[in-house]
Design a protein around this ligand. Structure first.
Ligand SMILES: NC(=O)c1ccc[n+]([C@@H]2O[C@H](COP(=O)([O-])OP(=O)(O)OC[C@H]3O[C@@H](n4cnc5c(N)ncnc54)[C@H](O)[C@@H]3O)[C@@H](O)[C@H]2O)c1
Length: 364
């Protein structure tokens, strides 16, 4: 088992990574002296495949354990579901001395995390991410929240968990598009880290689809490690944390124009490709390196819907992104592996031509 520390000043915590480590969860809770009144909020698909294993963990633990199953899908990240969790907690006599364990993908983690952040002004929280995307991204860094009036993540809070447990056995039941979605974020980390990780990913990324446990564990350790290091330095996203947005400005525009029919990580793959072209176009990335850098995202088979977006509408959506200030789009662009340039502005034509490249070059 590998342990990564998220060294936040006020609320440091650990991320445990390994295969079948969920069986040791009760011991970890005891070691940290966490509360024994436990509510487990679990994604419905996770319950379908893994609930026997999870229930086994707390057999004979003597703790108060109840389960709340969540309907799978983004629509559950809602005020209604949040309300239901509050009611469930209250009706079952949960007080401030409660530990909430979120077991699922980003939807479960964001929603249950926000419930934990707000119920009785905050109860203890453990994240057990069961999608690749949640393992390398959403479960680390403390962002929680729900969607509101069809807008994503409009209501939320920064709230740190006491522990994150990443058990690779969960990933065996992921659908292919969910694997690709996680791979999108993993590819992003390939540019943020160092040449060794980039070339490791270049050689091995497709083995994630085959369930190669060694590769999966290796890439999660590295990716989660990068996210942990970045958020430790910049908990509330005022500076360096922006590098995590590589490819995301384009991705959000694409997701909006494609009516959220694509997975977030798929859009990130397209977004990274667009960012590479834009960076080369603006002279920040040496054109000789472009092909080499493109080789990684182009290894991934993408849905053909990425040939159907409208570049002008994507640009409009990017202009309306809530991360913009004064109507200007600010990009994170790679100059080299491990060297990002922050807050780059670009002309509309340059943005449009990078988007056009995406439709042409992606691997369908
Ligand atoms: N908090 C953050 O920092 C942060 C970062 C990135 C994304 N997010 C949020 O995360 C969400 C997306 O996360 P996601 O991609 O994990 O989506 P998700 O939680 O909807 O999970 C994707 C699908 O996989 C299923 N699933 C989960 N685990 C499974 C397993 N082990 N086996 C089989 N099926 C399984 C789910 O039921 C669902 O159908 C979005 O709402 C996004 O806004 C948050």
């Amino acid at each position: 088992m590998k342990k990564i520390n998220v060294s936040l000043k006020e609320d440091p915590y650990s991320i445990l990574i390994g295969s079948s480590i969920i069986s040791g969860l009760n011991d970890e809770i005891n070691k940290l002296k966490l509360y024994e009144n436990i509510l487990i909020v679990m994604d419905g698909n996770v319950a379908k495949y893994h609930s026997a294993k999870i229930k086994e963990v707390f057999k004979n633990s003597g703790k108060k354990i109840k389960y709340y199953n969540l309907k799978p899908g983004e629509t559950s990240k809602s005020y209604k579901e949040l309300n239901n969790i509050y009611s469930f907690l209250l009706e079952n006599g949960y007080g401030r001395d409660t530990l909430l364990i979120a077991i699922g993908g980003g939807v479960t983690g964001d929603l249950a995390g926000y419930a934990a952040a707000t119920y009785m002004r905050g109860i203890q929280l453990i994240h057990i991410p069961t999608t690749l995307l949640a393992a390398v991204d959403s479960a680390i860094g403390g962002k929680t929240g729900i969607n509101f009036q069809k807008k994503k993540n409009m209501v939320g809070a920064f709230y740190q968990p006491r522990l994150v447990v990443i058990d690779t056995v969960f990933f065996k039941t992921l659908q292919r598009k969910e694997q690709t979605s996680g791979i999108g974020e993993i590819i992003k980390y390939g540019y943020l880290a160092d040449k060794t990780f980039f070339s490791y990913l270049n050689d091995n990324v497709t083995k994630i689809y085959d369930g190669n446990e060694k590769v999966i564990e290796e890439v999660i350790i590295k990716s989660a490690g990068i996210k942990a290091a970045v958020v430790s330095q910049d908990e509330k996203e005022t500076g360096i944390r922006k590098i995590l947005n590589l490819g995301h400005t384009f991705a959000h525009g694409l997701e909006t124009d494609l009516n959220f029919k694509v997975k977030h990580g798929e859009a990130v793959i397209a977004g990274v490709v667009a960012a590479l072209y834009l960076s080369a176009d603006l002279g920040l990335l040496n054109k000789d390196k472009l092909d080499d850098y493109l080789s990684l995202p182009l290894k991934i088979k993408m849905p053909r819907i990425f040939q159907k977006f409208n570049t002008k509408n994507v640009l409009q959506a990017m202009l309306h992104d809530k991360k913009n200030r004064n109507g200007k789009i600010k990009f994170v662009l790679p100059a080299e592996i491990g060297k990002m340039i922050l807050d780059v502005e670009a002309s509309k034509n340059a943005v449009i031509s990078s988007l056009q490249k995406v439709t042409e070059v992606l691997n369908y």
